[in-house]
Design a binder for this molecule. Structure first.
Ligand SMILES: [Zn+2]
Ligand SMILES: [Zn+2]
Length: 141
């Protein structure tokens, strides 16, 4: 089961790309992407950037990362990676939490649909709605 984690992505912009190039990404880069997981870490990065005269800007934005195990088999034990005939079909639904996949099992006579990441209380949608949507794809009218 996976979940969405919210992180911050900070772009540190440097004034002099030649002198302050990030050796990890090679010369010529005048920016560096940093990902932080907590507001405390973000504050440290921002304070460091403000105090650094070579930094000309540090725009940051919140992004979502999907972390954790993706489902490998349906709830009846059918593997999702057994070739195209039995591979699960994925259905995607946008949601305030980041979105949800529906894994539609394609084994004969199996109608299992798993939702991952699971729907939470504050989601735009419910698992029942997601399953119903995926089921319509599984058996078109
Ligand atoms: Zn199945
Ligand atoms: Zn959601």
């Amino acid at each position: 089961m996976s979940e969405w984690r919210t992180v911050w992505q900070v772009t540190i912009k440097f004034a002099d790309s030649a002198r302050y190039a990030d050796t990890a990404v090679g010369r010529g880069y005048n920016r560096r992407e940093i990902t932080v997981e907590t507001a405390i870490q973000l504050r440290k990065v921002v304070e460091w950037a403000r105090a650094n005269p070579q930094v000309t800007g540090f725009p940051y934005r919140r992004v979502r990362e999907r972390v954790g195990e993706e489902p490998q088999h349906c709830r009846h034990g059918h593997g999702y990676d057994g070739g195209s005939a039995v591979r699960a079909r994925h259905d995607w639904t946008d949601c305030i939490c980041g979105g949800h996949f529906a894994y539609v099992c394609r084994w004969t006579d199996c109608d299992d649909i798993r939702i991952d990441p699971p729907a939470y209380d504050d989601c735009d949608t419910t698992e029942a709605t997601l399953v119903a949507k995926a089921r319509r794809l599984q058996w078109p009218p």
